[in-house]
Design a protein around this ligand. Structure first.
Ligand code: O2Y
Ligand code: MN
Length: 599
């Protein structure tokens, strides 16, 4: 196949990688349905993919990974900045020269017996002033079909690359060359000690070796859209954040745009696709995982979802928890590591009903019975769903100009101490809230004797492509740049418990809290000042139709000053690890908060 581009930089890079990795052939991808169908047919024929029941799950496929290759591998993920201090304490660092030498040895001949696919893709609507053009080279057809859904794969991107003479190079291999006559495995990959997910932020370069799974292999997602993009955003004056984006529209048709960051297991995808219970108010989804935001000509902050699909966790996704996500994967979907039922549909734990016929084929590709008590789907099993197939997708989700953000929401999972919602006095306190977002340790961590809070600044800990202290400073700098056009900041905690029972019903009812935020943005309601921020006045979050006793509401809204002081102490200890790079404004926020709590 002749190369469908005249861009010399791209042609040279493809030739250089091909010489190093020695694939049997090179295929330039075009993102077409024909290409998708052809690759899927090839993978079904090789036994890698299972075609699902066309009547129940049209145009959908299931895959089982190797049991050793089931999630992002943070321990093998590197920020190879030129200087170690630029990677900071939250990242693994290796000298880029040393890492490239190690990886070049691994890359040598690594695509032997395989096809190297050249995937031209855009993160964000093609041609958007906020989007970025990139090329992923991969020897995994599974990666190609997932990229078709998760990014905009098109030869139109090649035209932009030719015009701009610029692209982000992303190199990926499963790291499993095939000798002459050697039979391929169902899910080729390399052993853990040979896996590398490497980022070279100064060069806008990604090299990934040895894993075929999710964020390790679909390089547009966490590697490009967060780690490389966050470093570029700092240099270029914009923001790449681990945030969902939603539109909340009131009965008069006024639109509010919300970007929200939560650590894992806080229901981020569920909030992105929430079904409002507030009469006349409607939620529409723009993105469920990543937001790229740039100041617009009017001084407001405009956000796009750089992705085109959802790579959601399957277990616990049900008609009750997230009917919109279920609908999004009712067709044109890829499932990885779920149960394939006897009639070739999919099932996972907590889907809301028992596995039909009592069992099927589990994520390890073995015959499985639900009665065995063993999990059928891997806890990190995934659906890859087309965003446009989601019934609540916002009509403007692909607007190249993005949507203006009115509200930032941060949160964590705390069974006590942190009230349902509070609002920052100003943007700088909002940055403090985001930087100190924390959750209680899981039961497993408690067993290990690890009892302090787990801080996850802006839910970005594994995704900041540079020093986290500099990243916090960048948030303060963006606040200064945006001035009075900066979004209002709020902190939520949906997870307070009493006697082991959640005090707040969550899910769709969270819309009541979002409405209060919108009322605050519009100046429609007053709020009461507390040491930690502004909080709702009685009656401003309506509880109509909810069975919440007055004493429970009081607990949900209580500021427990003494318990909160302990959280601030933990935050101070956590932030100390950023040393000289901790912004002075962060220390100022800690001091002010402590003073208010002691007043
Ligand atoms: O395990 C993986 O490779 C996927 S991780 C992931 C996928 C979708 C959205 N968010 C995440 C995450 O780790 O934040
Ligand atoms: Mn995520």
């Amino acid at each position: 196949m002749s190369a469908p581009t005249t861009n010399q930089k791209l042609l040279d890079w493809v030739a250089e990688v091909a010489e190093m990795t020695t694939p049997d052939q090179i295929v330039w991808c075009d993102g077409s349905k024909e290409e998708y169908d052809r690759l899927m047919a090839e993978m079904v024929a090789s036994g890698m993919a299972i075609k699902l029941n066309e009547e129940k799950r049209p145009n959908s496929y299931a895959f089982n990974s190797d049991p050793s290759d089931v999630a992002r591998v943070e321990g093998r993920t590197y920020i190879a900045s030129v200087k170690e201090e630029d990677a900071g304490p939250t990242n693994n660092w290796i000298d880029p020269v040393e890492l490239k030498a190690t990886m070049r040895k691994l890359y040598k001949g690594c695509m032997k017996g395989r096809t190297m696919y050249v995937i031209p893709f855009s993160m964000g609507p093609i041609g958007s002033p906020i989007a970025k053009n990139a090329i992923e080279l991969t020897d995994s057809p599974y990666v190609v079909v997932n990229m078709h859904i998760m990014a905009r794969v098109s030869q139109d991107v090649l035209r932009l690359i030719e015009k701009e003479d610029d692209f982000i190079p992303c190199l990926h291999t499963v790291g499993a060359p095939l000798e002459e006559g050697q039979e391929d495995s169902r899910w080729p990959c390399a052993p853990i000690e040979d896996k590398y997910i490497a980022h070279f932020p100064e060069e806008n370069l990604i090299w990934s070796y040895g894993s075929g799974y999710g964020g390790n292999a679909l390089l547009g997602k966490k590697c490009l859209a967060l780690r490389i993009a966050s470093a570029a955003a700092k240099r270029e004056g914009w923001m790449a954040e681990h945030m969902l984006i939603l539109r909340f529209t009131n009965p008069e048709g006024k639109k509010f745009h919300v970007a929200a960051a939560f650590p894992s297991a806080c229901g981020k995808t569920n909030l992105a696709m929430l079904q409002s219970t507030v009469p006349g108010w409607k939620v529409e989804t723009i993105g469920d995982d990543i937001a790229w935001m740039k100041p617009g000509a009017d001084g407001r902050l405009y956000a796009i979802n750089p992705e085109a699909g959802f790579f959601g966790v399957a277990p616990f996704t049900s008609e009750e928890t997230n009917p919109m996500a279920l609908a999004a994967c009712s067709k044109d979907a890829i499932f990885t590591n779920v149960v394939v039922t006897k009639d070739k549909d999919v099932w996972w734990e907590d889907m809301g009903y028992d596995c039909p016929d009592g069992g099927g084929t589990n994520w390890k590709n073995e015959a499985w019975l639900q009665s065995s008590g063993e999990k059928g789907a891997h806890p990190n099993s995934r659906f890859t769903a087309v965003a446009a197939n989601c019934p609540c997708i916002c009509p403007d989700w692909s607007d190249p100009a993005g949507v203006p953000i009115d509200i930032f929401v941060f949160g964590g999972k705390r069974t006590s101490t942190i009230p349902l919602v509070h609002e920052a006095f100003d943007f700088e306190q909002g940055v403090y809230m985001g930087a100190t977002a924390s959750s209680e340790p899981t039961a497993a961590a408690l067993d290990l004797g690890n009892v302090s809070l787990r801080f996850d600044p802006f839910a970005m800990t594994p995704f900041i492509g540079y020093h986290a202290g500099d990243y916090m400073q960048h948030w303060f700098d963006m606040g200064e740049k945006l001035g009075d056009k900066a979004p209002k900041c709020f902190y939520v905690n949906w997870f307070q418990k009493d006697d082991g029972k959640f005090l707040w019903p969550g899910f769709g009812e969270n819309s009541r809290v979002l409405k209060w935020m919108c009322d605050r943005v519009e100046g429609k309601v007053e709020a009461r000042e507390t040491p930690i921020g502004m909080m709702p006045l009685d009656g401003d979050i309506t509880l109509d139709g909810l069975d919440i006793p007055a004493e429970d509401w009081e607990k949900l809204m209580k500021v427990d000053t003494e318990a909160y002081k302990a959280t601030v102490n933990d935050a101070r200890a956590y932030l100390a690890k950023f040393g000289d790079k901790l912004p002075a404004k962060m220390t100022e926020q800690l001091d002010k908060l402590e003073a208010r709590l002691n007043a």
